[in-house]
Design a protein around this ligand. Structure first.
Ligand code: IPM
Ligand code: MG
Length: 357
């Protein structure tokens, strides 16, 4: 039976990069019997413009009924002055929460062809292959109470709450241990247990879950040190597991080790393996509509979708191999361009991947 993919291009460069991933999926459909149907809907600022809400009910319905979701990016200058409750980002956060996509996998892999594109020395980053597992539906992003209140002295006070229940920590820890078991069996849990009680509990629960995974070597690191270690000696890490906000920050940092944030895909999974797949970069409104954005993170997100939600490992491998070949052939969008390479547009990069499938 054919699988339904919800395609949510979103804002900024979202539509351009998503179109290239769709192009790749269409090619697999035509030439490799991939049995999928794709249906598009708006989200983020586009959802607000069309339906008055960043997560329109028809989009949420489609996302719920789909077997997997492919998302571009949300946000842009145009919607920055809207009330926080209807800003584009709420569309994304709403999808994560409504679909219970608690486990966010953010791999950071350095393609050897791009070693020169990293701002770090090649010896520091060459061979880099790490996976950040970010908790995605809890923590300070969703904790109550939250808001901006008026104090007795007349000044305003902003407040958010960092909360994690044991069950929330346990399920993300298990998700990370399962991934570590399929890799180098090393897991580093990142917290701020020296200051925050919430993450003191985090550390305790991770240690408890560790008892079920005796083959995995577990370590704990404070987040400030982890940020430093990521730029000092990133190859010491195999899998990192951390809270929603720490994961947001550390994954941008890890992305830059690989030369460009334009290369990195992500998967956000529920407890049954249903997932939403998106590049980890944002909507880059400054370059939107110019056909210069790098579509590879989105194309690689489609590969993750085939692997994690559709059970099509061989086709996922095929996309990843095609990306490697296109890089070998010298195709580069502006963000990963170095001297002597072939600078190409968004759509030409998509064509190069299709040609290499
Ligand atoms: C990310 C983004 C989002 C986040 C924003 C757009 C809400 O930065 O996916 O990392 O903070 O989670
Ligand atoms: Mg982020």
């Amino acid at each position: 039976m054919s699988k339904l993919i919800a395609v949510l291009p979103g804002d900024g460069i979202g539509p351009e990069i998503t179109a290239e991933a769709v192009k790749v999926l269409e090619a697999l459909k035509k030439d490799h019997a991939l049995d999928i149907e794709m249906e598009e809907a708006t989200v983020g600022g586009a959802g607000y413009d069309q339906h008055g809400h960043p997560l329109p009910p028809e989009t949420l319905d489609l996302a719920k009924k789909a077997d997997a979701i492919l998302l571009g990016a949300v946000g842009g200058y145009k919607w920055e002055s809207l009330d926080i409750s209807v800003r584009p980002e709420k569309g994304l956060l709403g999808l994560r929460a409504e679909l219970k996509l608690f486990s966010n996998l953010r791999p950071a892999i350095l393609y050897p062809q791009l070693a020169d594109a990293s701002t770090l020395k090649p010896e520091v980053v060459s061979g880099l292959d790490l996976m950040i597992v970010r908790e995605l539906t809890g923590g300070i992003y969703f904790g109550q109470p939250r808001g901006i209140r008026l104090l007795d002295n007349g000044e305003r006070q902003g407040y958010n709450t960092l909360v994690y229940a044991e069950s929330e920590i346990e399920r993300i820890a298990r998700s990370a241990f399962d991934i570590a078991m399929k890799r180098d069996k090393r897991l580093c849990s990142v917290d701020k247990a020296n200051v925050l009680e919430c993450t003191e509990l985090w550390r305790e629960v991770v240690d408890h879950v560790a008892k079920d995974y005796p083959q995995v070597e577990v370590s704990h690191m404070y987040v400030d040190n982890a940020a430093m270690q990521l730029v000092r000696a990133p190859k010491q890490f195999d899998v990192m597991v951390t809270t929603n906000m720490f994961g947001d920050i550390l994954s941008d940092c890890a992305a830059m080790l690989t030369g460009s944030i334009g290369m990195l895909p992500s998967a956000s999974l529920d407890s049954n393996g249903k997932g939403m797949y998106e590049p980890i970069h944002g909507s880059a409104p400054d370059i939107a509509g110019k056909n210069i954005a790098n579509p590879l993170a989105t194309i690689l997100s489609a590969a993750m979708m085939l692997r994690y939600s559709l059970g099509k490992e061989a086709l996922a491998d095929k996309i990843e191999a095609a990306v490697n070949r296109a890089l070998d052939e010298g195709y580069r969008t502006g963000d990963i361009y170095t001297d002597g390479m072939k600078r190409v547009s968004t759509s030409a990069m998509g064509d190069a991947i299709v040609a290499n499938l």
